[in-house]
Design a protein around this ligand. Structure first.
Ligand code: C5P
Length: 223
């Protein structure tokens, strides 16, 4: 059965300060959103990608993605609204839906395959995760430490996140929720969320530092 991916790429990229929306910033001469689409398709398990971009960039995005099984649609004010717009463009026959970030352009195909395999094995929701290596503390308003969190039980969450289409549609049908990830909405339905191994290369490009790192990693890979 077909796997469809939603790729939100409609963020403004204010924190990156590149002057163009983040997903259109190039790494090694290729825009992040193109790298993200091709990464999903190269996994061999994704049949179609719904790319969600700022309305002003619709034509540009279509032009950047020739000869690929994609649909390009305009996004919303926040990531949740953009994913909802992408979901609305998915055909009724999709059984497995991935939700990824254009801002994770170096995500290896293996992560995509692990997530899809786990959904196919029966999990309603699956997220790729990494162990947290730094010690994490909570602080009060003045910045004074309140407590030290047990690091062994913490995981940093990446994308693509995978879902049975029915559960993801239900989660989004409940209306906007200030969840910071899609699995959070499915959690709120009371469904179990499974984890698979993420990959350091699936890191999110947020700041100029991340952009430099992504460029260096690409040079390294092609050397
Ligand atoms: O801002 P952040 O890095 O968390 O965004 C994660 C992903 O969500 C990015 O790929 C970004 O383009 C996308 N996004 C979106 N629509 C928004 C805000 C963010 O598609 N309104």
């Amino acid at each position: 059965s077909p796997v469809v991916a939603v790729l939100p790429a409609a963020g403004s990229g204010v924190r990156l300060g590149a002057g163009v929306p983040k997903a259109f910033v190039e790494i090694g001469g290729v825009p992040m959103l193109v790298r993200a689409v091709d990464g999903l398709l190269s996994s061999g398990v994704v049949g179609h990608v719904v790319v969600v971009v700022p309305v002003e960039q619709l034509r540009d995005a279509v032009g950047l993605l020739p000869d690929r099984p994609v649909t390009v649609v305009p996004g919303g004010a926040d990531r949740t609204a953009s994913v909802a717009a992408g979901l609305a463009a998915i055909g009724p026959d999709a059984e497995v839906v991935l939700v990824h970030d254009a801002a994770r352009p170096l995500t290896p195909a293996g992560v995509v395959r692990r997530v899809v395999d786990a959904v196919r094995a029966g999990a309603p929701a699956v997220i790729p995760v990494l162990p947290v290596t730094d010690t994490v503390k909570t602080v009060d308003d003045s910045g004074t430490v309140v407590s030290t969190v047990d690091r062994s039980a913490l995981r940093a969450v990446q994308t693509p996140q995978g879902f049975r289409a029915r559960e993801l549609r239900l989660a989004y049908a409940r209306g906007p929720d200030p969840a910071t990830d899609d699995a959070g909405l499915v959690e709120a339905l009371g469904e179990p969320v499974a984890t698979v191994a993420g990959d350091p290369l699936a890191f999110k490009v947020t700041t100029g530092w991340d952009l430099r790192l992504a460029g260096l990693l690409l040079e390294d890979a092609s050397a």
